[in-house]
Design a protein around this ligand. Structure first.
Ligand SMILES: C[S@@+](CC[C@H](N)C(=O)[O-])C[C@H]1O[C@@H](n2cnc3c(N)ncnc32)[C@H](O)[C@@H]1O
Length: 188
């Protein structure tokens, strides 16, 4: 409930938030079941908001794995800095477009998984393409880009852009979330 009020207030000031409520715990589990936590040493999350995915990831990640959070909204970034106190986490207040710079600053080269809740349908084509291209380069061979988008985002066409870069892309409609969402799984 507190999270929903925070989302609503933040959404009214920043359209990039694109949601008035965090993803449900069922939705979080449906996306994260695609992750092999035992073999992951680096995960990146774009648009963590107040951290619903972050907490699930931290509960399942290995003790020596690392998680980089890239959040554009200043309010959400400062909430994350206050609430997430885990030595495995680095919080970056920036755009996902700058993921390669974030990796360099963390002295890392490529990630096993990148999760994204950012609203691709809001983005200018140039920004969308930059994020997708840099995401591809930020992943290891065999690494996965997992994207979740609410069903209100009529961006079936995101698959077309993922298909241009990734050798394997699947898209699934997930009804067990409020609201229902699409989950894309793109493998490098
Ligand atoms: C739909 S909310 C998802 C929040 C949360 N992950 C969840 O599942 O409830 C989208 C989030 O993406 C962030 N965002 C939007 N554009 C971004 C960008 N270019 N780079 C990083 N974060 C971005 C927003 O500030 C917001 O936190």
């Amino acid at each position: 409930m507190i999270d929903t009020i925070t989302y609503l207030k933040t959404f009214l000031r920043d359209k990039n938030v694109a949601s008035i409520t965090p993803t449900s715990s069922v939705g979080v589990k449906r996306v994260c079941r695609k992750i092999d936590f035992d073999s992951s040493s680096l995960i990146i999350e774009y648009g963590p908001g107040t951290g619903v995915f972050t907490n699930y990831l931290l509960n399942n990640m290995k003790p020596d794995a690392k998680l980089i959070l890239i959040e554009l909204n200043k309010n959400f970034s400062s909430i994350l800095k206050k609430t997430i106190r885990d030595p495995r986490v680095v919080i970056v207040n920036d755009s996902a477009a700058n993921v390669l710079e974030a990796l360099r600053n963390c002295r890392e080269s490529q990630a096993d998984y990148i999760l994204s809740g950012i609203p691709f349908f809001w983005l200018r084509n140039g920004l969308r393409d930059k994020i997708l291209c840099n995401t591809y380069n930020a992943l290891k061979i065999g690494g996965k880009f997992l994207v979740y988008q609410t069903c209100f985002q009529t961006d079936q066409h995101l698959k077309v852009h993922l298909d241009r870069l990734f050798p394997s892309v699947s898209c699934k409609f997930e009804l067990m979330n409020v609201p229902p969402m699409r989950i894309y799984e793109a493998t490098k």
